[in-house]
Design a protein around this ligand. Structure first.
Ligand SMILES: *Cc1c(COP(=O)(O)O)cnc(C)c1O
Length: 473
């Protein structure tokens, strides 16, 4: 079947429409916006019914193919997908586990770094490599991480010739396991930087580097974080994967998603836009509840970042929300640009009642503090004999609190392995989760990491000195 190639446009309306490969390599659009498909490809009911029983890589190919028409050839794409999910510790890739009362856990943590970021990044690493090799090009990946993205990006890029990678993390604000998963990768092309500041400070530094056009061009800066469209795309797959197991397309399925940057739950929205019957999307927040407050009030209002036991959600600015805002504003890029500009200046914006209503037709939000999170972890151990991580617990609790229809299965996305947050899990249950075998010597491995101030000029010098070798080569 011939399909015309999907183009990608910016949420801020001022960048030209580009093909998939350019959106992949470009990351952030030049007008500061995020790339989205110009039109949502549609998978109809017979196509979705045909997903039943397919192995994960085959289903991934069928879901992602329409987003990549005109890019990479089918056989090469199939090879990359196979390679990506071969690194998972179960052939199922993303097991769906029954709890009770139509409640399910979708385990997205079976990749090399034990968090759901691997679901997309294990695919994107080889995809970048393929596209770069075909073009005879190289890139510098720069990203900020609140803990899990960084290690997943590093695992995806390590030892790849065409990629130099710099990952910023907030010093002392991520777990030791998270840090070591990054800093113990000693590959020459991997550069870890601990910044004295918060995750939002790190993200602001990365954005500022991208906004320096000459610097960006000189080093071919590329984003690997969740603003990259290809990451969202790869995450759409597991919504289809779970839903067809629970009766889609004949039956709707609801999802509960522990949310930080809004990338994961936006993939659920994209699955729905592509044709999947998604009954409800529940956003779970920890004490950093800017999104939950938005769904309650229609106002996005920045607050201080509070450290919690679910640190990958200790975020106030959820970058991917802009993609939803674009659709909520009838895809009016100028409108979105004005809103985001005001948000940058004042730390606040509000949408009209009509827009809030449209958002609420699909989304709910709920917040849980650390005590409630520990209680949920304890409850799941008591009721089902399973250990879950604090992020998963926030999402699960949110799904329970906001579930609209008990006839619709609720799938809670399990975004990290409990052993990634052993202190929090032990504090909640008295049981210390063990690392899987492939990471059992993590605490004995040597680390390498630079420590820098929250200072753009110093950071640029640091990148310049290390990326220069390759630029000159
Ligand atoms: C990144 C992350 C989240 C938040 O996902 P977003 O796509 O940023 O909303 C939740 N849980 C875990 C374990 C994560 O690593």
């Amino acid at each position: 079947m011939e399909q015309s190639a999907v183009k990608y446009i910016s949420t801020r309306g001022k960048a030209p429409a580009i093909g998939f490969d350019d959106a992949l390599l470009g990351g952030l659009a030049r007008d500061g916006g995020l790339y989205v498909p110009q039109t949502w490809p549609r998978l109809d009911a017979p196509a979705i019914a045909g997903f039943r029983g397919l192995p994960y890589p085959e289903l991934a190919l069928r879901v992602m193919r329409p987003f990549m028409e005109g890019s990479i050839a089918d056989a090469a794409l199939a090879g990359i997908i196979d390679q990506a999910y071969r690194n998972f510790d179960t052939a199922e890739v993303a097991p769906l586990v029954a709890l009770g009362d139509g409640e399910w856990l979708l385990e997205l943590f079976h990749g090399p770094t034990l968090a759901f970021k691997d679901m997309a990044l294990q695919f994107i690493g080889p995809l970048f490599d393929h596209v770069l090799k075909a073009r005879g090009e190289w890139i510098t990946v720069v990203g900020a991480t609140s803990g899990d993205t960084g290690s997943a990006a590093i695992e995806a890029c390590r030892d790849r010739n065409a990629i130099e990678i710099f990952i910023l993390h907030p010093k002392d604000r991520i777990s030791e396991v998270q840090r070591r998963q990054m800093t113990t990768v000693l590959s020459a092309n991997v550069h870890n930087i601990a910044v004295a500041g918060t995750f939002d400070d790190c993200q602001a530094l990365v954005k500022a580097m991208f906004n320096d056009q000459p610097f960006r061009d000189r080093h071919r800066l590329t984003a690997f974080n969740s603003i990259n469209w290809a990451r969202v795309m790869a995450q759409i797959v597991y919504y289809f994967w779970a839903a067809v197991r629970l009766g889609a397309p004949e039956r709707a399925v609801a999802f509960a998603v522990p949310t930080g940057n809004f990338g994961n739950v936006f993939a659920g929205y994209a699955a729905r836009a592509t044709g999947l019957p998604v009954g409800q999307l529940v956003v779970g927040s920890n004490r950093n509840d800017i999104l939950t407050r938005f769904f309650e009030t229609g106002a996005m209002q920045i607050d201080a970042v509070h450290p919690t036991i679910s640190p990958s959600m200790d975020i106030q600015v959820s970058s991917n929300f802009e993609r939803l805002l674009f659709d909520l504003q009838d895809r009016d890029g100028r409108r979105v640009a004005a809103i985001m500009e005001g948000f940058r200046e004042t730390g606040r914006f509000a949408v009209e009642a009509r827009v809030l209503q449209a958002a609420r037709a699909m989304f709910d939000g709920a917040r849980f503090d650390d005590d409630a999170t520990r209680q949920t972890i304890r409850g799941v151990l008591e009721d089902f004999g399973r250990l879950i991580d604090p992020h998963t617990a926030v999402g699960l609790a949110a799904g329970r609190a906001r579930r609209r229809d008990l006839g619709v299965p609720m799938v809670a996305l399990a975004t990290a392995h409990p052993a990634k947050f052993p202190d929090a899990v032990e504090a909640a249950t008295g049981v210390r989760p063990a690392l899987p075998a492939h990471l059992s010597d993590l605490f004995e491995r040597p680390e390498r990491c630079a420590v820098l101030a929250d200072d753009l000029a110093q950071l640029k010098r640091h990148v310049e000195e290390r990326a220069r070798a390759r630029a000159a080569a």
